[in-house]
Write a protein that binds this ligand. Structure first.
Ligand SMILES: *Cc1c(COP(=O)(O)O)cnc(C)c1O
Length: 524
């Protein structure tokens, strides 16, 4: 029997995705002279040669590009649909709170969207420093605990006029009505979240139509104003027709409310704009979507005889998913069981790198080899060898395997689309599963037109131990153990290697709770 020559990776990519081998592979990745360039500029092969793997690569100019592109598409859409309102791009900071990401988004002209008290406290600090300019809207979403409400009030009283609590519950209004400075409010439409019945988790946000009526009336009888209507339908919504059809109902609801509330001026569709970082065959017509959305709003407003609102989008994953990649190395290959693909054992953890692969049904990420495109493509599964966890695999067991060159150990892959949510969910800077250390990080950012690079070394063992409550000591240096004297009757004692941790557990951790317990017993 003639064994067919296996397809090269280059031919696999060409057949499967129509990519000729050089040029734009996605809207954030270019292949040039056989090497991968993030954002068309940053050479990932060179970074791997200089710093090795695993390595986190952060390229903030990609964030600016994402925002500038969207503003340009919106300008085009406004023109094509003769849309009279403005377009406002807000960055949903919960996708990535890293200072580099937030600052870059602000520099590119983004408004701000917060999800929690701590988030707003960061915004307040940026506002104080002048890094979050006073002309930027700050939309405060989510269910608001007292500290979130207090943070809203504090920011408003510090002079920020555009902080905009988007009411998620009637009680939030009760708490904020007494704010001595006039506030501009938003309302979040509850029906939008799960209109199609496929996003049950979204059903918990926002107000019913009847509740919106009540808060609109309360605000009308107060020194405050209702200015914004929020209707978010989901996340990574790639089906444009569905996106538009779902929003159409919310636009009509906006118009009905606008007839009674003349201060209303913003329609905010929230998140949902998809990123290209998850699939090589991704496509979404961003400009077309905005054009058709604006046309829909325009005609609906005409039908209700109300002015066109300013349009706001809150872009989370679209803003940041593509600005960072992980470079991970195949450390070893383990043959698959008969009929099963081989395991590429990665010198890292897939589940710490890509927690959404476990959390979000069907979540994928674009994974590209840095080299060996001329070698045969073979089906493989990736496993994180820095944990001992059967869930530390990618793709998930019920998904098809990944196609990669058969180069095996030493092959480095770029894991793309990881700049949104992954590090926030994994807990950046924390102690991770099986203590898998965070890889070194290279941050490339643009300052006054110049690219600057910062290198942060891999998280060290001592830092991880401190996070867990150990007080790490220097590891005992290697020194010859005293040889047992031949004539001695004393047994040879073997000192455990982790002297620091063992000693600590005995001497420091135990006495404390015991003392406390005794005090409590004494009624102290
Ligand atoms: C999470 C969130 C966003 C961002 O969603 P993406 O789909 O990542 O763009 C926007 N608005 C609100 C209210 C959110 O909760």
């Amino acid at each position: 029997m003639v064994q067919l020559k296996q397809q090269t990776y280059t031919n696999y990519i060409k057949d499967r995705f129509g990519f000729a081998g050089e040029g734009h592979l996605t809207d954030f990745m270019v292949r040039h002279a056989g090497e991968l360039l993030l954002g068309g500029h940053l050479n990932l092969n060179e970074l791997a040669r200089n710093h090795g793997a695993p390595l986190e690569v952060v390229y903030t100019p990609q964030i600016s590009t994402q925002i500038e592109r969207m503003y340009a598409w919106a300008a085009q859409a406004r023109q094509e649909s003769a849309y009279a309102g403005q377009f406002l791009y807000a960055y949903a900071t919960k996708a990535n709170f890293a200072a580099d990401a937030v600052q870059t988004a602000l520099d590119a002209g983004a408004h701000y969207e917060t999800s929690a008290a701590a988030d707003l406290i960061i915004a307040h600090s940026l506002f104080r420093q002048g890094l979050l300019p006073a002309d930027r809207l700050i939309c405060c979403n989510g269910s608001k605990e007292p500290n979130y409400l207090a943070a809203i009030r504090a920011l408003r009283l510090d002079g920020c006029e555009l902080v905009t609590p988007v009411l998620d519950d009637r009680a939030e209004l009760e708490a904020l009505l007494a704010c001595p400075a006039p506030l501009q409010f938003g309302v979040r439409e509850r029906a939008a979240g799960n209109r199609d019945g496929t996003h049950p988790g979204n059903d918990r946000f926002g107000l019913t139509d009847a509740e919106i009526e009540l808060v609109a009336e309360q605000i009308a009888n107060s020194p405050h104003q209702l200015v914004l209507y929020h209707a978010m339908i989901g996340s990574q919504v790639e089906d444009e027709a569905h996106f538009l059809a779902t929003l159409r109902t919310s636009v009509a609801a906006y118009c009905r409310l606008r007839r009674r509330v003349p201060s209303l001026r913003y329609f905010n569709f929230g998140g949902g704009i998809p990123t290209s970082g998850y699939r090589l065959d991704f496509s979404f017509d961003y400009a077309g979507f905005l054009t058709r959305l604006m046309a829909t709003i325009s005609s609906t407003c005409a039908a209700y005889d109300v002015p066109m609102p300013d349009l706001i989008g809150e872009f989370g994953r679209y803003t940041v998913a593509n600005h960072s990649v992980f470079l991970l190395e195949v450390g070893a290959v383990k043959r698959g069981q008969p009929g099963q693909p081989d395991w590429y054992l990665m010198n890292s953890s897939m589940m710490v790198t890509l927690p959404d692969a476990l959390l979000v049904e069907g979540q994928e990420f674009v994974i590209l080899p840095l080299s060996d495109w001329d070698r045969p493509a073979v089906p493989v599964r990736l496993a994180g060898r820095r944990t001992c966890d059967s869930d530390d695999v990618y793709p998930r067991p019920h998904r098809p395997p990944l196609m990669l060159p058969d180069a095996g150990a030493g092959l480095i892959v770029a894991v793309c689309g990881v700049g949104a949510y992954q590090q926030m969910i994994a807990g950046r800077g924390g102690a991770h599963h099986c203590l898998s250390p965070e890889p070194a990080r290279v941050v490339v950012s643009a300052q006054q037109g110049q690219l600057t690079t910062r290198y942060v070394p891999q998280q060290d063992q001592a830092a991880i131990m401190r996070l867990l409550g150990y007080q790490p000591r220097p590891m005992p240096s290697e020194r010859p153990l005293p040889l047992p004297v031949a004539a001695s009757s004393r047994p040879l004692r073997i000192t455990p290697v982790v002297v620091g941790a063992g000693g600590l557990a005995r001497r420091r951790i135990h006495p404390r709770p015991l003392r406390l317990a005794r005090q409590a017993a004494a009624g102290d």
